[in-house]
Design a binder for this molecule. Structure first.
Ligand code: HEM
Length: 326
């Protein structure tokens, strides 16, 4: 018997997790910097993602490949709506803009629900186990920073007491391990989970002033609507535009692919391999308008084959999001 799916997912997405948890707005939050408007923009983005994910999970609840990962006790769409209502006000749907990365992510999830519903499991893994793990740490930081009253506006993180959280985690991992999937589908789910982390990284960068950032003079750059002041609208000024890293030391190229895109400069390359043969699978990096994203290992087998190039192109375009603006 091969490695159980839950263990594979944990092992093979470890590097992507490390990148996501330190990127953009996540890094700011971990440092205790929770700017209310940016935080509401994050909740708005997550609402779009969960809405797309959970409508797909509900729609395919009869499928043995999806049903085990569809656990109503984990659903977050309603909690996010309640938090946005609490922190921003009843007009949040109209007044809190949806950033481009979240719109693109939601669109992908809706497409998967039509075409590859079994891949939704990868996104359920990344979101729900993340909420049940790091999410519980973030809750304390956000509560302190927003000084919310008795947990108001924090229902997103609320799954019950610590025992319930532990039981939900164990149950979800068991469900992953019991999925009736062969190695090929397991491989696809693992790859999709890596992509899910990369899409989160892109989202967190955008919400913190990365490429295409709403805060850099885009929709968030304009004055908030003249509605009743709320936590989301009040408080500190927009977050500064963050310098994107250039990772100059990694620019020694062994492979490089330019991707045609009507509005973005996209280049993918393999940084200098740390060790081993250059024919072994290597981590790819994607640069989109100067910002760097770790794509991980995109294909199995020897380096430089056609499958690898196709996977790099597909993943880069997913990361770049819609061809035109939001
Ligand atoms: C920003 C701060 C974050 C912190 C401090 C954090 C922390 C953690 C910790 C401590 C665990 C291990 C829990 C355990 O072994 O039971 C974990 C697991 C996990 N986290 Fe995070 N995390 C963060 C962000 C994220 C984000 C943004 C995502 C997804 C986009 C995510 C997804 C996951 C997943 C899927 C797991 C489960 C790994 C597994 O055991 O299979 N985390 N996180």
């Amino acid at each position: 018997m091969g490695e159980p799916l839950a263990a594979r997912l944990r092992r093979e997405t470890r590097a992507a997790h490390a990148v996501a948890e330190r990127s953009g707005i996540m890094r700011s939050i971990l440092r205790g910097r929770v700017e209310p408007r940016a935080y509401c923009a994050l909740l708005r983005a997550l609402h779009e993602i969960y809405d797309a994910l959970e409508s797909g999970l509900v729609r395919h609840a009869g499928s043995p490949l999806v049903a085990p990962a569809s656990v109503p006790a984990l659903y977050r769409t309603a909690a996010l709506a309640a938090d946005l209502e609490q922190l921003h006000g009843p007009r949040w749907r109209r007044e809190v803009p949806l950033c481009a990365a979240a719109a693109a992510y939601g669109a992908r999830l809706r497409r998967l629900a039509d075409e590859r519903p079994e891949w939704l499991v990868a996104h359920a893994y990344v979101r729900y186990l993340g909420d049940l793990s790091g999410g519980q740490i973030l809750r304390g930081i956000v509560a302190l920073a927003l000084e919310t009253n008795g947990g108001a506006g924090l229902s997103f993180y609320d799954f019950g007491d610590a025992e319930t959280v532990a039981a939900l985690k164990a149950r979800f991992r068991d469900a992953l391990n019991d999925l009736p999937v062969d190695t090929a589908i397991s491989d696809e789910i693992v790859e999709e989970a890596k992509l899910a982390f990369a899409l989160h990284t892109r989202l967190f960068e955008e919400l913190d002033g990365g490429p295409g950032a709403a805060f850099a003079g885009g929709r968030f750059g304009t004055a908030p609507p003249a509605a009743a002041r709320s936590r989301c609208q009040g408080g500190s000024p927009p977050m500064p535009v963050r310098e994107t890293s250039s990772r100059a030391s990694e620019k020694k190229m062994h492979e490089s692919i330019h991707i045609d895109h009507p509005s973005k400069r996209i280049r993918c390359y393999v940084p200098a391999p740390a060790s081993g043969s250059q024919r072994q699978p290597q981590r790819w990096v994607c640069e989109i308008d100067g910002a760097t994203f770790d794509m991980g290992i995109v294909a199995r087998g020897d380096r430089g084959n056609a499958e690898e190039e196709r996977a790099v192109r597909r993943r880069a375009l997913e990361l770049a999001g819609p061809e035109t603006g939001p």
